[in-house]
Design a binder for this molecule. Structure first.
Ligand SMILES: [Zn+2]
Ligand SMILES: [Zn+2]
Length: 512
């Protein structure tokens, strides 16, 4: 019996969108977040989940509009640890009105928005950004808000089904920012059933506004999310675990959206991303979160995409900064060889693996690119003390090698575990036993006499040990001590070749 081909989850999700939303020439997909602090790699999962579905829909020759909502008309509700405490005075204002604590952008919100937009650029993800503060302030949602307010009893009923503490009839699904103090410490006094609403603020200001002309009014989250689905005609949007629980905002949104004459988008839950092995080296000025930029300091954008493309969104996984980085690069390179037919894989797995590769790449190469090993580069950059030009003399000078060498150097400096780090010695500084000296002298002689590859050099070690009557382990330890003043190090044969035999001979010649 023939085994069934495996499909990629993004293609499955695209099929689900088409099935649920009907076969149309174009679709709108969405993601979004409140820029209340640094946007971290966990939030990136939402963005890339959508991006992969965008790719899958385009693969089916659909047009796709990918919108990313900056929910920057949300209230500033908490001062994060990395922001001065005096910012408490801005609590209750829209985050788009709070000043930038670092004074480099127009507002608090814009600081975090620009940070994310810039770091998204190298990943090839290009959503259309929608700033909710602009949408609200220019009264784009006035019709939706009217529908929301007119149907407030229906909304209360839906929300109360899932609440222990029931909303009362005088509750409104909107908040109003006071036009005098800009804060939302306001109380609605009267709604006329059309476009006029009257409020009073704690600061004493009292006003009647027409929300076709005055954008100080904003829908509450559970009421505005479905309003925006209807406004933008959203077909697909994923949500994190917090939105996905029974009675969560997607659940209630699915019911509330009916008042706006729309249906809820096809949904996809995405799980958490944890971090492995960052060792407290992430800057605390960002509130101790790991950003896309942090990841792109050690991962090529394609390798970062591969981590997400290769994992189903509803499973938790971790991004590693420790020794796993080497394995992840090796896995990615293997995937690339599979894609280009340079490595065998079972027929039923092939289609899916090829899709993971296609979805990981920003520009799909026509032929197999050169693959410098990350492990090897992490040695070479240390041999050359971070001089990338020197590293490229060893390898070919293509963009990938240069980039990967830079990333390997970042990794060594910031995150690599101790056993991967070394400093090449200029001369022998340690006392050696006679047998050790003998073995290392033979090594020096052999290196001078012929050229080795990794395998033949590795075999040579064993004949050297026999000839000098030394245990293999003692030989390796002596070699590491002489070369890097450590008991252990990278695989010796490839290490010696990475250093370059001339340099090694020079060190070994200083044995007294
Ligand atoms: Zn700034
Ligand atoms: Zn006020």
């Amino acid at each position: 019996m023939e085994k069934k081909e495996q499909y990629h989850w993004a293609d499955e999700t695209a099929n689900r969108v088409i099935k649920e939303k009907g076969n149309k020439p174009s679709y709108t997909v969405a993601a979004g977040i409140t820029p209340s602090g640094t946007v971290h790699i966990g939030n990136f999962r939402e963005i890339i989940t959508v991006d992969l579905v965008v790719r899958a829909l385009k693969h089916k020759e659909k047009k796709v509009r990918f919108i990313y909502s900056w929910d920057d008309y949300d209230r500033f509700r908490k001062v994060p640890g990395n922001v001065p405490k005096e910012f408490e005075k801005h609590l209750g204002m829209p985050v788009s009105e709070v000043p930038d604590p670092w004074k480099c952008h127009k507002s608090y919100a814009e600081h975090f928005e620009k940070e994310l937009e810039q770091s998204l650029h190298p990943t090839g993800i290009k959503p259309e950004f929608i700033r909710q503060n602009e949408m609200y302030k220019s009264c784009k949602y006035s019709k939706g808000l009217k529908t929301m307010l007119k149907n407030k009893d229906e909304i209360i009923m839906i929300l109360n089904k899932h609440k222990n503490e029931h909303l009362l009839v005088d509750w409104y699904p909107v908040i109003i920012y006071c036009s005098k103090c800009k804060k939302d410490f306001t109380k609605i006094l009267h709604y006329d059933g059309e476009y006029e609403i009257e409020y009073e603020c704690e600061c004493g200001h009292k006003e009647k506004i027409d929300f076709r002309k005055n954008g100080n009014i904003k829908g509450t989250w559970r009421s505005e999310w479905p309003m925006r689905w209807a406004y933008e005609k959203v077909d697909f949007e994923p949500g994190g675990k917090d939105h996905s629980t029974a009675g969560g905002s997607y659940d209630t949104g699915k019911e509330i959206v009916k008042i706006y004459n729309w249906t809820a988008p096809t949904y996809q839950l995405y799980d958490f991303v944890s971090i492995k092995g960052k060792g407290g080296k992430i800057s605390s000025s960002k509130g101790d979160v790991v950003t896309i930029k942090d990841c792109l300091e050690i991962y090529e954008p394609e390798v970062l995409r591969f981590l997400f493309a290769g994992t189903r969104p509803n499973t938790e996984f971790s991004i590693s900064f420790d020794a796993d980085v080497i394995k992840i690069y090796a896995d990615f390179d293997k995937l690339e060889r599979i894609y280009f037919g340079e490595e065998e894989i079972s027929k039923e797995k092939l289609a899916k693996q090829k899709r993971i590769y296609e979805l990981s790449m920003i520009d799909l190469p026509k032929k197999m690119p050169f693959q410098p090993s990350f492990r090897h580069l992490s040695m070479l950059v240390q041999v050359h003390k971070g001089n990338i030009e020197k590293v490229l003399e060893y390898y070919q000078k293509d963009d990938r090698t240069k980039k990967r060498a830079e990333l390997a150097w970042n990794w060594i400096q910031k995150y690599a575990p101790e056993e991967f780090r070394f400093e090449l010695q200029e001369k022998v500084n340690i006392p050696l036993k006679e047998q050790e000296k003998k073995a290392l002298r033979i090594l020096s002689k052999k290196l001078r006499e012929r050229n080795y590859d990794e395998e033949t050099l590795f075999e040579e070690f064993y004949s050297i040990c026999q000839e000098s009557n030394i245990k293999n382990t003692d030989f390796f330890t002596a070699a590491y001590k002489v070369l890097i003043n450590k008991e252990k190090g990278p695989r010796l044969a490839s290490f010696i070749l990475a250093i370059g035999k001339d340099k090694v001979i020079k060190v070994l010649e200083t044995i007294k």
